[in-house]
Design a protein around this ligand. Structure first.
Ligand code: SF4
Ligand code: SF4
Ligand code: SF4
Length: 464
């Protein structure tokens, strides 16, 4: 056996093992992008560096052999700095949006593209859930929101923005019908686990409703207190033509059905016995009030769990060039039938297809990497390859880890994928300019699953 020390801990491994394998044996996590257990180490991303304590050198742990007497550190400041710098470099030439621009602009962060894809697929129920989950009052906001998201919609570069507000209003209304219910028609219910915590929310305006709804989703029991005899706050002041009262009532009913308790007409709320009290910050724009309410709920939940607030890393493309917009357009599904589906199917799928499993995003967050740290002279041109097949290849998101190249070679793909060009101009391509479908006849799934970023993804993937 070979004996070495990792972060001061002794570990014994078989001869021939690498430092990475030795670390994994004792549960020490080292980040990797280009490494896979069943393939020879490519040592291309270098994210797995560790420090040799005796020499001070940084080593790629995926290929460095574990040898007797070796002592390494995996998490000292020098190692963390080196990894952050590697990620900064990778991100400097990364061309992709983790999240769609419309979602970034929506103050309440509605997952607009996911909702549109569900509508486009004819799954109105799932679309309504996404709208409800993120907006608390999607039908109401469908009437009163100024729809800043539509101003940032990329589809406008081609013809006109998607009518996002109208669509979440319609799916919101379909889920919580405001027409008089026939006898025996149940209010739609939502079930959430219970954490055992109780939160008092002061005020039943959009911020209060949104706070309570988010807290319920996170498992906490909620009671909304309001001095008014009716729930809705500033929404109650809107005239019927601006916001039909039946829509307001229906959405409040749906929050009650989720288990949120309303105590109305009480000037001095009795909050003894609650684990937390939320004083919501209302705003003259209902959508901003909804965003404030969500943020307050997330803060309280973080305090319950003693967690620091986490900010998701978000790679950004910016404005598309004319020819790039056409690339996105070529990837739009066009098989919709009814008007609502047709409208939703115009969405260009600006968000990434692998926003959850992407390891580049995960490590960028973990190591505090920044896309703007090294500024590229000119942004790379966006390509979406594979319009006809089930896999989409986005070279702008490729970190040239080589996993797909190795996998197609091992599987004996007739064409497979290969590296072409040299240095900064190296690219992954199907040889002889053949199609992606021809390159990935046997191991498309394996390549998509191995790809550490959204460079290779299934067209219909919806990880969120
Ligand atoms: S590949 Fe990863 S980092 Fe790039 S856009 Fe997709 S989720 Fe973001
Ligand atoms: S095209 Fe779709 S994903 Fe892109 S900005 Fe518009 S609504 Fe959002
Ligand atoms: S496309 Fe291939 S080389 Fe590029 S990141 Fe994905 S697996 Fe690695």
């Amino acid at each position: 056996m070979v004996k070495l020390k990792i972060n001061g801990m002794e570990v014994s491994v078989d001869p021939g093992a690498t430092v990475l394998e030795a670390a994994q044996q004792i549960g020490v996590e080292i980040p990797t992008l280009c490494w896979r257990k069943d393939l020879p180490p490519a040592t291309s991303c270098m994210l797995c560096v560790v420090k040799n304590v005796k020499t001070g050198q940084l080593l790629p742990s995926c290929s460095a052999p574990a040898v007797d007497g070796l002592e390494v550190e995996t998490d000292c400041e020098e190692v963390l700095e080196a990894r952050r710098d590697i990620l900064n470099l990778l991100l400097s030439e990364h061309v992709g949006d983790c999240e769609a621009p419309c979602r970034r602009i929506c103050p309440a962060s509605l997952d607009i593209p996911s909702m549109l894809r569900k509508i486009g697929d004819g799954d109105t129920e799932a679309a309504a859930w996404i709208a409800k989950r993120d907006l608390a009052i999607p039908a109401i906001l469908g009437y009163v929101c100024p729809a800043p998201c539509e101003k940032g919609c990329r589809r406008a570069q081609i013809d006109s923005s998607i009518t996002i507000r109208e669509l979440h209003r319609d799916v919101g209304r379909a889920r919580c019908p405001s027409e008089p219910r026939t006898a025996g028609t149940a209010v739609p219910t939502f079930e959430f686990p219970m954490s055992g915590k109780r939160v008092a929310v002061i005020g039943s305006g959009p911020a209060g409703l949104s706070s309570a709804w988010k807290l319920r989703q996170l498992g906490h029991a909620c009671t909304i207190f309001d001095g008014a005899a009716e729930a809705g706050g500033a929404l109650l002041e809107l005239p019927e033509e601006k916001l039909p009262r039946a829509v307001l009532v229906a959405e409040i009913e749906s929050l009650k059905a989720a288990g949120i308790e309303f105590v109305l007409g009480t000037a001095s709320p009795e909050t003894t016995g609650f684990d937390a009290v939320v004083e919501p910050e209302e705003h003259k724009l209902a959508v901003k009030a909804v965003a404030n309410g969500k943020a307050a709920a997330e803060k309280i939940d973080g305090e319950f769990q003693s967690l620091e607030p986490a900010q998701r890393f978000d790679s950004k493309i910016g404005k598309l060039r004319e020819s790039e917009a056409q690339q996105f357009l070529a990837n739009c599904p066009q098989a919709a039938t009814d008007e609502m589906q047709k409208e939703a199917a115009r969405c260009l799928h600006c968000d990434c297809r692998k926003p959850v499993s992407c390891k580049l995003r995960k490590y960028a967050e973990q190591y505090g990497a920044k896309q703007s740290f090294y500024e590229a002279v000119e942004r790379k041109h966006i390509e979406l390859i594979g319009h006809a097949g089930e896999v989409v290849f986005e070279p702008g998101k490729c970190i040239k880890c080589g996993l797909c190249v190795q996998i197609t070679k091992r599987a004996g793909e007739e064409l497979g994928l290969t590296f072409v060009g040299r240095g900064f101009n190296t690219k992954v391509k199907v040889p002889f300019n053949e199609s992606l479908e021809d390159g990935l006849k046997k191991v498309a799934r394996e390549c998509v699953e191995a790809c550490p970023t959204g460079a290779l993804a299934f067209r219909d993937a919806d990880e969120k």
